[in-house]
Design a protein around this ligand. Structure first.
Ligand SMILES: Cc1ncc(C[n+]2csc(CCOP(=O)(O)OP(=O)(O)O)c2C)c(N)n1
Ligand SMILES: [Mg+2]
Length: 362
């Protein structure tokens, strides 16, 4: 009898060491693409820090910070094209902004405005999904549709380690593998599902090995190495586009901030572990060192970029805050094709109150 024993953790695929030195194959990209990715990472971090402050000032609602995960997101989105379908979770703003999702709309999302769920018409980006892992099934559906229509587009689902404990994850991988759907399952293993560490979520040593059960490839990549992430995602996209079926990617990274602005990680997170990721494994720092070694970056460029990023985020905040307020009745829209009677009653009731309220307050 042959017994399949669980394997130990496979080494993560890497191109850069923590000090920015090259240890793998550097992707063959023009210089401006290397720089472009760095700019996107710095802009994303600036946006994230600002969003956290805006929430603390009561100017936006709950927000899920992504600091620490910029390489995983920018590297993976860099391998996608505008015609590809994107199914994000709530922590994907770095990648989405790089993909062309406007920053003011990203802020509007956290203001509870429906415009925050709408990607511009030239992007195939689905609204942020909070119901853990359900977007994987949507992605399989979209990828399957592309396959049936003979389109070259692929679908990409973005999710966290916690999502891999959901039934939807397993259904999605099974369906995608059986039909060789052009879909990429991109998991950011950021160490935590809210306060639950990965070691308490699963017995398997890695997320990537779960692919084996479905007969597809699983790859474990250093998620704080933007070039490694790009390379792995690029291969997965090429494979999916050419009919080779799906791939599961596990990008090993770390959530430097709280789960959301409603969370206090000091209650469950080991301070030393956090410090190590923050001070020694920061993805932006690592990539900057690489660019400097190549002569593509210096202090002057850095300060200009930081200033430019601050200004872009300021503009986005201004645009979001001066955006026309949402109609409260919009909460009833876009769920059903035709609104059921009980919801129609509630909608009428709300609108009556809103109109009365306006009259009374004027
Ligand atoms: C189906 C479902 N169950 C539970 C929740 C509550 N919840 C919100 S975020 C979260 C943790 C998800 O962790 P992970 O998938 O690792 O993503 P991360 O937040 O780390 O990016 C949980 C359990 C939910 N939103 N949906
Ligand atoms: Mg997680």
């Amino acid at each position: 009898m042959e017994i399949y024993a669980p394997g130990g953790p496979k080494p993560e695929y890497r191109v850069l060491n923590e000090d920015g030195s090259v240890v793998g194959r550097v992707p063959d990209l023009p210089e401006d693409r290397f720089i472009d990715m760095y700019r996107a990472m710095v802009l994303a971090r600036t946006f994230d820090e600002r969003a956290l402050n805006l929430q603390r000032q009561g100017r936006i609602g709950t927000y899920a910070p992504f600091s620490g995960q910029e390489a995983a997101q920018i590297g993976s989105f860099a391998a996608l094209e505008k015609d590809d379908w994107v199914f994000p979770s709530y922590r994907e703003w770095a990648g989405l902004i790089y993909h062309g999702f406007p920053m003011d709309r990203a802020l509007l999302y956290s203001m509870g405005h429906p415009a925050g769920a709408q990607a511009p018409p030239d992007l195939r980006v689905f609204p942020v999904q909070i119901v853990i892992a359900s977007q994987l099934l949507h992605a399989v559906g979209a990828g399957w549709a592309c396959q049936l229509r003979g389109e070259r587009s692929v679908a990409a689902a973005f999710f966290g380690d916690g999502a891999t404990s959901e039934g939807d994850f397993h259904e999605a991988l099974n369906m995608a593998s059986v039909f060789r759907v052009p879909v990429i399952f991109f998991c950011q293993n950021n160490g935590w599902a809210i306060s639950v560490p990965v070691s308490h979520q699963m017995r398997s040593a890695t997320v990537a090995q779960k692919a084996v059960a479905y007969g597809i490839d699983g790859v474990r990549v250093d998620g704080n190495d933007v070039l490694a992430v790009f390379e792995v995602m690029h291969r997965a996209v090429e494979q999916a586009r050419s009919g080779g079926g799906p791939m599961l990617i596990e990008a090993v990274t770390y959530r430097l901030g709280p789960h959301t602005t409603a969370d206090d990680p000091t209650r469950y997170r080991d301070e030393a572990e956090w410090k190590q990721w923050r001070e020694q494994r920061d993805p932006i720092h690592r990539y900057r060192k690489f660019l400097e070694k190549r002569g593509l970056w210096d202090e002057e460029k850095e300060s200009a970029l930081r200033e430019e990023s601050r200004r872009s985020v300021d503009d986005a905040v201004l645009r979001a805050e001066s955006h026309p307020k949402a109609d409260p009745s919009a909460v009833f829209d876009h769920v059903y094709g035709s609104i059921p009677p009980d919801l129609a009653r509630q909608k009428n009731d709300l609108m009556g109150r809103t109109i009365q309220g306006k009259g009374a307050g004027a």
